[in-house]
Design a protein around this ligand. Sequence first.
Ligand code: UD1
Ligand code: UDP
Length: 386
Amino acid sequence: MDKIKVMSVFGTRPEAIKMAPLVKELESREEVESIVCVTAQHREMLDQVLEAFQIVPDYDLDIMEPSQTLMRITVKALTGLGDVLEKAKPDLVLVHGDTSTTFVAALASFYAKVKVGHVEAGLRTFDKYSPFPEEMNRTLTTDIADLHFAPTKANVANLHREGVEKNVYITGNTVIDALKTTVRDSYTFQCQRLNEIDYQKERVVLLTAHRRENYGEPFQNIMDAVRMVAEKEPDVRFVYPVHLSPYVQQMARDNLGNIPNVDLVEPLGVMDMHNLMERATLVMTDSGGIQEEAPSLGKPVLVLRRETERPEAVEAGTVRMAGVEAKEIAEKALKLLNDPEEYGKMARAVNPYGDGEACRRIADAILYAFGKANQPPEDFTPGTEE
Ligand code: UD1
Ligand code: UDP
């Protein structure tokens, strides 16, 4: 029997975390020959994930440069992927989400007339510049894609709004599949500093910030807000794993480097990150993926952005938009840290994004689309997990 040759392409940390369980699932299917190509748009932060999930890429374009521009990422990835597609000749390329790697891999596949499956399809803000460049990356990827793996019903509604009706599957988000394998009750952190914290006694706020559209004044405001809260609440410990972007590194060091209850740590391995999240009191973040993970662990999230393409957990009450003004962010954080009733309202485990079965559904959908299964997978519906 001819196998379906599926090439998964990713390049950044979040894509790797969310594609890793799918790569494993595809490897387990006898109808599929699974290969992996990384652009390495991220290097160290990608390698951390590859190592954690023990994935050895078949192709590695190694494109990362210090302070890389969107133009450089695009050109280098497009050229490299062209060569790989010619050599590997896959039947299907899988891309994930909304990074430059995502869009470029879709474009390169289109030029090579190879079918594209888009994992995490249909997220939208409908604001072309926010998040930037992700909103345009994912919209253009939708235009190219042949198969659309949408995490939620709301994501499917967004696709329908754009006239995309065919080959759309509601799968849940693969990040919840990943999360089910990483969080443990008893866990020793690789990052030594995290083993020194007494999580029974000290309340931990987990902070991350990296988004390009926040560079400049919004980023400064976020730093100011954290300083204000940390100084007002000396008993609360902030842990900020700082993204390796030179801009982010400098902002974190300059603004938060000398505050005793703020720990700036290296980017964490995904196991450390998920286990720290599980032990945290509150999460403050501009990350996309963390907005999906924390609600599933019952952790309140303040989103350090003006909008979100992930409204489901906001509607469920576990995530709140905090904006990018220092005073508003600080007030919202102080309220949650000092008002148990307000905190209690948010600290509930909800799973609008997945049930841990997304990868199985995506693999089943691929078999169906290629005529190797009679039935499409059932839709993911929130609330059906055990
Ligand atoms: C990228 C994605 C963004 C995603 C984010 C996840 C684009 C345009 N942006 O943004 O959608 O939310 O990844 O983190 O695709 N760096 C290192 N080592 C690393 C990783 C990054 O040194 O392992 C540094 C490099 O100097 C690089 C800079 O960080 O130039 C920024 O990386 P880049 O991929 O351009 O953008 P991100 O902000 O990470
Ligand atoms: N993450 C990690 N280590 C860190 C920070 C984040 O493993 O130090 C994980 C996080 O748990 C989530 C993903 O990386 O799974 C989110 O990546 P990021 O915030 O960089 O990108 P986004 O989701 O915003 O695109």
